[in-house]
Every structure is written in C-alpha cells, then in structure tokens.
Design a protein around this ligand. Structure first.
Ligand code: FE2
Length: 372
C-alpha cells in the first residue's frame, strides 16, 4: 500500500513537471533561459546529476552543445561530437531515444567528452528532438543520483519533455527569423533616410554600435538592450520629413531652417506611432536631443526625466556627429571628441554614460575609425 502511494506521488510529481514546463514554454521567449529551466526541472524529478541539449550542425555533420548544465558545463560547451559517434551521435542519427543504464557496458559509448571535462558519466538517457519529421538535436540527462539507474518511467518522462523542447526550438528559430526580417526592414528604411544626406551615410548604424557599447556594460536585460538598439536605429527617422535643401545645406542653417530641423524628433515619433510593436520606443526617439540641464529640445526635460535610452543615444549621436565631416565643418579627432564629451558632461550629457562610452570605445573595436 505504502509503495503504491509513493508510486502515485511520483507519478503526480512527473505530471506536475510536464504541466509546469508547458506553462514555461508558452511564457518564456529566450530559448536558453527556457531550456535551462526545463532541464533543471527534469534533473530534479529524475534525480539526475546534470543534463544538456545538443544541436546539429548540418554542414559539419557534428553535434554541439546549446546548453550544457552542471559544474563541467563551461568546459563541455567547447566540445563537438561527430554525427553517429557516441550515445548522442547514435540518437541523432537514428532518431530514437536511448536508455543506457551503464555506459561502460555499451559499445556506442564515446569517452571524448568526459576526457575533456573530467566528468564521469555512468548512465544516460538521450532523446532525439524531432521537428517536422527531422532530428534537430538531442537532449540528455546524465547519472541518476545515489548510484541508481534510470528506468523506463524516466525514459517516458524525458521523451515527453524532449517533444516539448523540440517545439520550443522550432518556435524560437521562427521567432528569430521574424525578428531578423523586422529588423532588416527597419534598417532598409533608415538607410534610405541616411542616404538623403550624403554626409550622414552610415550614421544610424554607427550610432547603434556606440549606443550598444554603453548599453552592454549596463547590466540590463536582453529585451531592454533590444529596445535600445531599435531606438538607436530609428532615432533620426524623422529626418525623412526635412527637405533636402535644409538637410544637405553646405553652410550654416538660418534660424528658421534650424527651427524646422529641430522638429525631426517629433516627426520620428509621428512615424512610429501607428506601429504598435514600436510605440513604446517613442520617448527614446522624441527625446534624443534633450540636454541634462534642461536646455535641449523638444520638451526641455532635465536629468532623470530624460529616458535612459535617449540619454545613451544622445552621447552616441553626438560622438558620431563630432567625428564625421559635415557640410560646414571638418570632423574632430577621436581624442578631441572625447574631450568635448567630458567637457559637456552634466550640462549636455549624462556623465555616467560618457565615462562608460569612452572606456568601452578604447577597449573595443571602434567602428568609426575603420569606416571613415
Ligand atoms: Fe537627431
């Protein structure tokens, strides 16, 4: 009776894991985060020491780790397993799940990974990840804790999880494709805007790379970084509404012309307004010419009233303006531009972002120098 009860409890626990993970599958968009969570749950319920997900490199006919959990995960990530080799290679090739209670007794066992990671594998469950009839990867759990062996219940549960993982991977790559299509459409529009003014060719792309230099050092989540990137791409999209004779004027603008030029952030906001996916970026675009002391435009916002992304784009945009030739003046040297950014910290620019930018620019490959 007692054992029946504990069997039932185990079954319920397994069912809970499947329900939990299927909820995660519908709510988490970041594929690595999702896989980590699912594998962690699988390890818990199956009392496994560690687990991994492999993907297939079709060109090289190799398997590589998408996720390698556990203490040796970092070392494992470097390793590639030839198709057909070892347990995972066999599963990838045959598209069938495999339960190997004792790897030392299985001739298919490939010691290469353990040798490099110093991990000792005793038992494995490996399941194929099949999408649209095609094996796209392999998921595995290693070593049942307490020197025990995996059993058929474990195999059944992990096969079910493998099916969910395969769907998630397929969705993630579809989502990525859509996202790339979306981004490349935006880039095409912006390149058309940049092209209106021969002096600012490549401006938006450089502003993106400068803004990301700052953003990537800020410990912000992927989603916010993406928003910063798209805002930076689009920051000057409103220039599409500025006549060519103002945009490309070889001399200084008249007061009237300058007043009109200053409306480009508003035009940008108006262009983005109808696109629901981009609407939340409007403040970043509208306020990229505000100054920390309140003397900027269009709203005269001060300090932290200015959105973070707008403050970052302002530094990136100004640096690119300083270091490229304009119709009425030659460009500054990089070091002179750094000096000006520092001099205008606290009045025009956020000093934290100026400091990070200069430090990161010096550390990393500067796009401006190679493109000019
Ligand atoms: Fe601008």
């Amino acid at each position: 009776m007692k054992s029946k009860l504990s069997d039932l409890q185990k079954k319920i626990k397994r069912l809970e894991t499947l329900v939990d993970t299927s909820l995660a599958f519908s709510s988490i968009l970041d594929i690595d985060e999702l896989l980590n969570l699912v594998l962690q749950k699988a390890e818990l319920v199956m009392e496994a020491e560690t687990s991994s997900v492999f993907r297939i490199d079709e060109k090289k006919k190799e398997l590589y780790f998408q996720i390698a959990r556990g203490k040796k995960g970092k070392e494992a990530k470097e390793i590639r397993v030839p198709m057909g080799k070892g347990i995972v290679g066999w599963v990838a090739e045959h598209g069938k799940p495999l339960l190997v209670p004792d790897v030392t007794k299985d001739p298919r066992w490939y010691k290469g990974v353990d040798k490099k990671t110093k991990f000792v594998t005793r038992s494995i469950i490996a399941v194929p990840l099949v999408s649209k009839g095609k094996v796209i990867g392999v998921a595995e759990v290693l070593n049942k804790k307490g020197n025990r062996f995996f059993n058929d219940d474990d195999l059944e549960l992990f096969t079910a999880l493998g099916n969910q993982i395969a769907v998630a991977l397929e969705n993630a790559s579809l989502y990525k494709e859509l996202d790339e299509l979306f981004l490349s459409s935006i880039r095409a529009i912006v390149e058309a805007v940049d092209a209106k003014d021969p002096y600012t060719r490549g401006h938006s792309a450089r502003v993106v790379s400068y803004a990301l230099l700052i953003g990537e050092s800020l410990n912000i989540d992927k989603e916010s970084l993406k928003e910063l990137e798209i805002s930076a791409i689009l920051h000057d999209v409103g220039k599409i509404g500025i006549p060519d004779n103002i945009l490309g004027k070889p001399g200084k603008l008249t007061e009237e012309e300058y007043a009109f030029m200053k409306r480009h952030p508003e035009f940008g906001a108006a262009i983005i307004e109808p696109i629901s996916k981009l609407r939340m970026l409007i403040p970043n675009i509208l306020h990229h010419h505000e100054r920390l002391d309140g003397g900027g435009y269009p709203s005269g916002l001060k300090g932290s009233e200015i959105p973070v992304s707008a403050r970052i784009i302002c530094v990136a945009d100004s640096f690119d303006a300083m270091t490229t030739d304009r119709p009425y003046r030659k460009r500054k040297s990089i070091s002179a531009a750094f000096t000006e950014l520092k001099q205008c910290s606290n009045t025009q620019f956020d000093p934290e972002f100026v400091e990070i930018f200069i430090e990161q620019y010096k550390n990393k490959k500067p796009l401006a120098e190679t493109e000019q």
